[in-house]
Structure formats: structure tokens, C-alpha cells
Design a protein. Structure first.
Length: 453
């Protein structure tokens, strides 16, 4: 399809939304919604590169007075956007030399490493994007898998296993992801229930372990490594290791800096150091000790590309939330299930809550905009507070399975170039169905066993 034809779908969608009855929103708000819908649709159809699209979107929005140019550029001051860029720079400096041989075993190893770190690392972007992504990227390279013709050799599977496994891990602990403490705070303010660390961990344990066992295997089936001869892979890895020789002074400096940043990420809450601060300190140290030079920073094309388009998306999502559309959507959903038995209403709201994440580029933004209304509606219909709290808390993490912009690690891992956008969305949708099939029936039974309802 030519680029000119690919513009038709997003522009037609924007026009259709603009012609809808405006309800309680002014013209500026509806203009924002049209611009957002057209941008998301253009990200799917890709008439131009994503970074070029975001620059165009910001320029159009500012010219049409939908937001000021300061607001249009505000996404590039977001700490998560800078953390994502820093993760790409770490990947440029890190070299991994020893790996296992089984593709599926490697996938599970990555997820288990994530699980071990999760209770102590409150940023999934720092954990999956900053720590595990550079390692996974270099493991794929050791096996001769690079973006392009050899991506499917093992790299595509490893990247998807890392991302989707991290979403499950993030859902299992109160301290594993940024939106989770916010969920607990809203529950505390909106009900008499207390969503403690232990309540969350125990409530998510059984369905979470089932999901941890199932999701990497499903990824393996949906994005299977192609023609990966594990014996040949071991030989290749050994040959590359031999050619590399012992660790160089530069590589040792890289590992020391990586270790410092890892400690700061894990202990950040106690030291009052944000993940982005630690990441930028790490990049500065890499420059100072000569692991990277400024040319490396400038030439990190994938990192800067993601920085441009993801920063723009963060801005658009924030403007849409400011206009009140997510809250209005939540209120409409609440009125739609009024009078239903609480369990059916809760299931329906969880499904809507999951797929509403197509419109969000941040888990925290999703929770802030939609969780209070959905949680209050569930309580009004008679749902037990802790059941509703744990259920919405879990789906506040796994909903990011859908898109390549749903949470911080997504643009990092997608930006590596191993998985095409259509494949990412197709596999994400299929895994979203798997999450519904795992967390709803197993979760409700387990929460009944625990006495939460």
C-alpha cells in the first residue's frame, strides 16, 4: 500500500469522530480526540516514520490551538522517556559472553531473573528495559540473531518473552511496578479495605505462577525460533567467546558501572534516587570512563527514534486525560453495568479496562484516569473490596500486552527492531485473551479459597 493511501484511514477516522455529537465536551476537546485517534491509526498504518508522525502531530496540534507548543513538547520532559533512552545507551555498551543453549529455557531464565528482582525494583522500565533488555539483546546477538533476516532465529522470541513475562511479574507484587502503590492508595481512600504487600502477593501468587508458566510457552508457539539448531548455536557461541578473549579493561569498566546503576535501581526507594536519575548517572559514568563517547550517543538511532515518538504519545495521552475523556468513558461503562450481579459486572469492567489501554501510553495514567471510577462502581454493585482491588490491580499491569507503547519497556524492546509492529499487536492481542483465560477463572477461584469473597 502506498503512503498516500495509508493516510486515508487515520484522516477518515478523525473526520468521523469530529462529526459525532459533541456531548459535554467543547470543540477543543473533540479536536484533541480526533488528533489522538488519527495519530494512533497512523502509527498502525505507518504512512510515514513514527518520529516524523509525532513531529507532524505536535505541529498540527499547536497550529490548531489544541495545545500550546510548550504542552506539545512536554512529553520530552517526562522522566520515563529519558529512562527509555538511557536503556538504549546501556545496551550499546554492554557485552554478554556466556549464554545457555535452549531457546525456551533462555526465555524462562529471563523471566525468572525478572521475578527475582521484581519485589525490590519498583520500576518495570528500569528492570526490564534497563537491566534485562541489554542482556537479552546481546544474548540474541551471540546466537547470530540481528534485526532483519535473522531476527526470527531467536531474537524475536527472546524480546517478546522478556516483555510479556515482565508484565506478569509486574502484576504479582505491590512493589514491582509504579502504578501498583497508586492502586493501593486509591483502594485505601475509597474503601475500608487495606491492600497490603502480602495481600497483593498472595492474591496474585497462584494465577501469577500459572501465567508465568504459560506466557513464555505461548510466546514460543506464537513467535517460534526458526531453524535454531541448539548444537550449532552452542558452537557459534563458543566460537564468538573464543574470538572475544578475556574481558578487556573497557568491558570491566562497563560491568562496574552497570553494577552501580543496578544497585541504585534496586535501592532507589531507600536512597530517594529515581530510576531515571540513576540511569543518567550511569550514562554519564560510561562517558567519563571511556566506555562510550559522544559519537555513540549521537549515533544511537533507535534510542532517539523511540524518544521522539514515545515522548509525543505521552504528551497526547496526558492532554486527552486533562480533557476528561477517560473519566467520562469510565462513567459511561459504570452506568452500562448498573444493576448487574457484581461478579458479571466486575468481569465486564475488567475486560473493558484491559482493552481501554489501547488509548494509553502509561500504566500510571491509566490507573489515575480509570481505576477510581471502575473500583467505586464495583463496590457500589456489591463486589468485595479486596477482590475488586486485586483484580483491577493485576489488570493495571497485564493490559500493556496490547501495544508497543503501553508501558515503559515496550518502546525499548520494540525499538530493538526484532518484532514488526503488526506481529507485536497480533501477538499482544492473543496474549491478552490468554490473560483473561488465566486471571479471571483461576483468580476468582483462588480468591474464594483465600476468603476474599
Amino acid at each position: 500500500m502506498s503512503s498516500s493511501w495509508r493516510w486515508i484511514v487515520p484522516l477518515a477516522l478523525a473526520a468521523f469522530i469530529w462529526l459525532l455529537p459533541h456531548g459535554g465536551f467543547d470543540g477543543r476537546s473533540w479536536g484533541l480526540l480526533c488528533l489522538f485517534a488519527a495519530t494512533i491509526c497512523a502509527l498502525i498504518t505507518r504512512p510515514i516514520a513514527a518520529g516524523a508522525l509525532m513531529i507532524t502531530t505536535i505541529a498540527i496540534g499547536a497550529i490548531l490551538r489544541l495545545f500550546t507548543i510548550q504542552d506539545g513538547l512536554s512529553g520530552y520532559g517526562n522522566v520515563t522517556v529519558w529512562l527509555i533512552l538511557a536503556a538504549f545507551l546501556f545496551a550499546r555498551g554492554l557485552v554478554v559472553k556466556r549464554v545457555g543453549a535452549s531457546a525456551l529455557g533462555l526465555g524462562y531464565s529471563i523471566v525468572l531473573a525478572d521475578l527475582v528482582m521484581a519485589p525490590m525494583t519498583a520500576s518495570n522500565t528500569a528492570r526490564a528495559g534497563g537491566i534485562l533488555f541489554p542482556i537479552t539483546l546481546n544474548v540474541a546477538r551471540v546466537f547470530g540473531s540481528e534485526p532483519g533476516p535473522t531476527a526470527a532465529r531467536i531474537g524475536s522470541f527472546l524480546m517478546l518473552a522478556l516483555y510479556h513475562g515482565d508484565l506478569v511479574v509486574s502484576a504479582m507484587f505491590l512493589t514491582a511496578c509504579a502504578p501498583n502503590p497508586l492502586v493501593a492508595e486509591i483502594v485505601h481512600k475509597g474503601s475500608t479495605a487495606r491492600l497490603t504487600w502480602m495481600t497483593w502477593a498472595v492474591g496474585a501468587s497462584v494465577p501469577g505462577l500459572v501465567a508465568l508458566a504459560a506466557i513464555p510457552y505461548l510466546v514460543y508457539r506464537l513467535a517460534p525460533p526458526i531453524d535454531l539448531d541448539t548444537g550449532a548455536a552452542r558452537t557459534l557461541a563458543s566460537d564468538r567467546l573464543a574470538s572475544m578473549g578475556p574481558l578487556s579493561a573497557r568491558e570491566r569498566r562497563m560491568l562496574v558501572v552497570f553494577g552501580v546503576v543496578l544497585v541504585l535501581w534496586i535501592a532507589g526507594d531507600w536512597l530517594a534516587i529515581s530510576p531515571t536519575t540513576a540511569a543518567l548517572l550511569g550514562v554519564a559514568l560510561l562517558l567519563l570512563v571511556g566506555v562510550l563517547d559522544w559519537r555513540d550517543i549521537v549515533e544511537e538511532r533507535s534510542g532517539w527514534d523511540v524518544f521522539i515518538w514515545f515522548g509525543g504519545l505521552m504528551m497526547l495521552a496526558a492532554q486527552l486525560e486533562k480533557a476528561g475523556f477517560p473519566r467520562a468513558f469510565a462513567q459511561v461503562m459504570a452506568s452500562a453495568v448498573h444493576g448487574w450481579p457484581w461478579w458479571w459486572a466486575l468481569v465486564a469492567m475488567l475486560v473493558v479496562y484491559l482493552y481501554a489501554h489501547y488509548a494509553f501510553a502509561s500504566l500510571v495514567a491509566h490507573v489515575t484516569a480509570m481505576f477510581p471510577a471502575f473500583f467505586a462502581t464495583a463496590l457500589a454493585l456489591g463486589a468485595p473490596p479486596l477482590v475488586a482491588a486485586v483484580a483491577f490491580g493485576v489488570f493495571s499491569n497485564v493490559n500493556a500486552a496490547l501495544t508497543h507503547y503501553g508501558t515503559g519497556p515496550a518502546p525499548i524492546i520494540f525499538g530493538a527492531g526484532y518484532v514488526s509492529q503488526p506481529a507485536w499487536w497480533r501477538i499482544g492481542f492473543m496474549l491478552s485473551l490468554a490473560h483473561l483465560a488465566i486471571w479471571l477463572p483461576i483468580g476468582f477461584v483462588w480468591w474464594r479459597v483465600l476468603g476474599l469473597w
